[in-house]
Design a protein around this ligand. Sequence first.
Ligand SMILES: Cc1cc2nc3c(=O)[nH]c(=O)nc-3n(C[C@H](O)[C@H](O)[C@H](O)COP(=O)(O)O)c2cc1C
Length: 255
Amino acid sequence: MKLNYIVFSPTGGTKRAADLFLKNWKEEQNVIDLTERRRDFSGAVFSADDICLAAVPSYGGRVPEAAVRRLAAMKGNGARVILMVVYGNRAYEDTMLELYDTLAEAGFVPAAGVAAVAEHSIMRQFASGRPDQADEKELEEYGIIVREKLEECRLDRTDVPGNKPYRSFGGVPMKPEAGKSCSKCGVCAVSCPVGAIPENEPNKTDKKICISCMRCVGICPNRARKVNKLVLTMGAKTLKKACSTRKKNELHISE
Ligand SMILES: Cc1cc2nc3c(=O)[nH]c(=O)nc-3n(C[C@H](O)[C@H](O)[C@H](O)COP(=O)(O)O)c2cc1C
């Protein structure tokens, strides 16, 4: 059996958490990277024998819109899917429910849900260093439980936290911009999940398209891409209270 590992992870936190969950799984992995903006995801067609893991970060308590569109283009045809939502120690609100609904609508059968905490990709002082050793142990355990019970595992919609209508999220005002040290190498433009950086002018950002995922900030070889410091400080102040107590990983499963 192959495991279809479907992941949207602009800065790697979601993938780190999903890798820990899968640590003891022996199956060969077919990785489907949802950040590949030029890929035609309607070619991802599964069958009832398939098992999938769909891992996404929470953005404003929702599934990132680009990930929703790409997942919705796939054809589940009864494939079982484990839902994984990764969040930066504030809250994930309706993210798992939206992921459930999106995949169920695309013909997948949700089997289990996992919520995991990873370093906040915009304000790295929140959940700094997570997933840490304790998370590692917990996520590995979740992976073992789900793998062992995979045949009977299922997830009822009523067991998934969240509400519909989903929380409204119109993005955040933190849009990275290139500074003087930008060499226009174009690495950021090529890997931007939504094409917000023109390939012929990689020192620009189309703020209307940018989803603030911070991939360009993380991969710039010259560390030239940054978010305005003042905006970042104000954002951190607003989130401080909500993000400071340690939040838990969760396993949602119904038998
Ligand atoms: C635009 C944006 C919105 C976010 N919103 C939330 C949120 O509502 N709650 C939360 O706990 N973390 C939030 N985060 C943090 C991410 O969910 C978290 O850092 C995640 O690990 C990022 O995934 P990645 O490293 O795979 O890109 C947000 C991050 C971004 C970039």
